[in-house]
Design a protein around this ligand. Structure first.
Ligand SMILES: Cc1cc2nc3c(=O)[nH]c(=O)nc-3n(C[C@H](O)[C@H](O)[C@H](O)COP(=O)(O)OP(=O)(O)OC[C@H]3O[C@@H](n4cnc5c(N)ncnc54)[C@H](O)[C@@H]3O)c2cc1C
Length: 399
C-alpha cells in the first residue's frame, strides 16, 4: 500500500523491511524465550541511522520525516515487536520531547548521543499508584542550590536499565504551577538504581524495569519546559508517541496475517487447503481489511504530524484502532492454525498473540484513547455551534 510516498520514504521502508527479515526476525523467538535485549541489533540500527531517523541532521539524526520513522517502526515490529517497543520509546518518548520542549542548550547536549544511538532514551512517568491518572504522581523534586533532588519510585519503565538518558517526571515541593515537572536526567547520576525487572506477557525483548530515585541531583538547566508544566510535556509527548504504538500494532498484525495466510494455503482438511473453506477464507479477508484500515489511520496521523498539525485525536484514533485490530488479527490467526497456533514451538503466532496485547495498554489504554477522541468530538461540536450563525446540527461533526 503506497499512496505517493516520496522516494526517500519508500527507500527507508525497503531498507527497514530488509533489515527486519534478515536480522531481527530470525532471532525474535530466542530473545522472547531468553528475556534478552538485542544490543548488537541496536548497534546495527544505529549504523543505519534508525536510532535517530526523524531527528534533524543538526542534532545528529538522519533528517527523515515522521512518516518515514513510522514506516520503519512497522517493518521492525513485524519482525520483533519488542524491538519496535524499544525503538519507539527511545525516539518518541526519550528523544522527541527534548527537541520539542528543550532549550537550545539541552538539545545540543542531550540529543546527538541519542540520535546516533550512543545512548538509549526512556520516559519515566508511571508509578505504582499512578498510570492513566498521570497527574497523581508522587515522586518529589526538592529544590536545592543549583537545581533539584529527585526521589520516588517509577514503575514499568521501558528501556529503564539500558537507558543512558531519562525523561523523568516529579512534583516540585511547593507544587509551583500545580502539577508535575519534567526533567532530563543522566542515567549515571548518583542515587539512581533499578528495582524489579518486569517479567511480561509480550514484547519481551524490550526491557521493562522499576526505576528508583534517591535524592538524584538534577541541575537547574535540565528542567524540561517549565516548572509545574510537566503534564503538558507528558501529554504532548504521548500524542505523536501513540502513532508509534499504532505502527507497532500494524506490524504485529501484518506478521500474524502473513503467517496465517501461508499456513491456510498449505494445511489441508477434508481434501482441500483450509483457505478453501469459506470460514477460514473470510477470516483472511477480515484480517487484511482491518490491517489496511489501521495502516491508513496510522499514516494519516503521521502525515498530519509532518504537516505540523495537532495529532492528539488522530494519534489516539490510530492507536485505538490499530491496537484493537492487532488483537483481533492475532486471535483469528491463532484460530486459523488451530492447535499449531497455540503451541510455543510450532509457529510464531503464539508470540504475536502475546505481543499484541500490550498495544492496548501502554501510552494510554484503549479507554483513555476513547476519552481523548470523544472529548475532541464534543469540543468540535461546541465550537461549531458557537460559530457565527451556527451550523445545522447534522453538520457539526464531520469525522
Ligand atoms: C509493558 C509496559 C511498558 C510500559 N512502559 C512504560 C514507560 O516506558 N514509561 C511509563 O511511564 N509507563 C510505562 N508503562 C505504564 C503504562 O503507560 C500504564 O500501564 C498505562 O498508562 C495504564 O496505567 P495503569 O496500568 O496504572 O492502569 P490504570 O490507570 O490503573 O487503569 C486500570 C483500568 O482502568 C481504566 N481507566 C482508568 N482511568 C479511566 C477513566 N478515566 N475512564 C475509563 N477507564 C479508565 C484503564 O483503561 C484500565 O482499563 C508501561 C506499561 C507496560 C504494561
Amino acid at each position: 500500500m503506497d499512496f505517493g510516498f516520496s522516494e526517500e520514504q519508500r527507500e527507508i521502508r525497503e531498507r527497514a523491511a530488509e533489515f527486519a527479515d534478515r536480522e531481527a526476525a530470525p532471532q525474535a523467538a530466542e530473545l522472547d524465550r531468553e528475556d534478552r535485549v538485542p544490543f548488537e541489533t541496536l548497534e546495527k540500527l544505529a549504523d543505519l541511522g534508525f536510532m535517530g531517523l526523524c531527528v534533524s541532521e543538526a542534532y545528529g539524526g538522519a533528517g527523515g520525516d515522521f512518516l518515514s520513522y513510522i514506516l520503519m517502526l512497522e517493518e521492525l515490529s513485524r519482525a520483533d515487536a519488542g524491538l519496535g517497543a524499544t525503538l519507539t520509546v527511545h525516539t518518541s518518548a526519550g528523544t522527541i520531547p527534548i527537541l520539542k520542549y528543550g532549550t537550545e542548550d539541552q538539545k545540543a547536549r542531550w540529543v546527538p548521543e541519542l540520535a546516533r544511538g550512543e545512548k538509549v532514551g526512556c520516559f519515566a512517568l508511571t508509578e505504582p499508584g499512578a498510570g492513566s491518572d498521570a497527574a497523581a504522581i508522587t515522586a518529589r523534586a526538592e529544590r536545592v542550590p543549583g537545581g533539584y533532588r529527585l526521589s520516588g519510585h517509577k514503575q514499568w519503565i521501558t528501556n529503564g536499565r539500558i537507558a543512558g538518558t531519562m525523561i523523568v517526571f516529579a512534583r516540585t515541593e511547593d507544587g509551583a504551577g500545580g502539577g508535575p515537572t519534567a526533567f532530563v536526567v543522566d542515567a549515571g547520576a548518583e542515587g539512581i538504581s533499578f528495582g524489579k525487572h518486569a517479567r511480561k506477557m509480550g514484547v519481551i525483548s524490550a526491557t521493562t524495569d522499576d526505576l528508583l530515585l534517591d535524592g538524584v541531583f538534577v541541575p537547574e538547566r535540565d528542567l524540561l519546559g517549565e516548572e509545574g508544566k510537566g503534564l503538558g510535556v507528558a501529554l504532548g509527548t504521548l500524542d505523536p508517541g501513540r502513532i508509534g504504538v499504532a505502527a507497532q500494532a500494524v506490524g504485529i498484525a501484518e506478521a500474524a496475517f502473513r503467517y496465517a495466510t501461508g499456513y491456510a494455503t498449505e494445511r489441508r482438511t477434508f481434501g482441500k487447503p483450509i483457505a478453501e473453506h469459506q470460514a477460514i477464507a473470510f477470516k483472511l479477508a477480515d484480517m487484511q481489511t482491518g490491517i489496511r484500515a489501521a495502516r491508513l489511520l496510522t499514516h494519516e496521523a503521521a502525515w498530519m504530524r509532518d504537516r505540523g498539525e495537532r495529532v492528539t485525536e488522530a494519534g489516539a484514533r490510530a492507536k485505538l484502532y490499530a491496537s484493537e485490530t492487532a488483537n483481533q488479527v492475532a486471535h483469528e490467526a491463532l484460530q486459523t492454525l488451530g492447535g499449531y497456533g497455540y503451541m510455543k514451538d510450532e509457529s510464531p503466532i503464539e508470540r504475536y498473540y502475546r505481543d499484541a496485547r500490550v498495544t492496548e495498554i501502554y501510552e494510554g489504554t484503549s479507554e483513555i484513547q476513547r476519552l481523548v477522541i470523544s472529548r475532541g468530538i464534543l469540543r468540535e461540536h461546541e465550537k461549531a455551534l458557537e460559530a457565527p450563525g451556527g451550523v445545522p446540527e447534522s453538520r457539526t461533526v464531520v469525522g
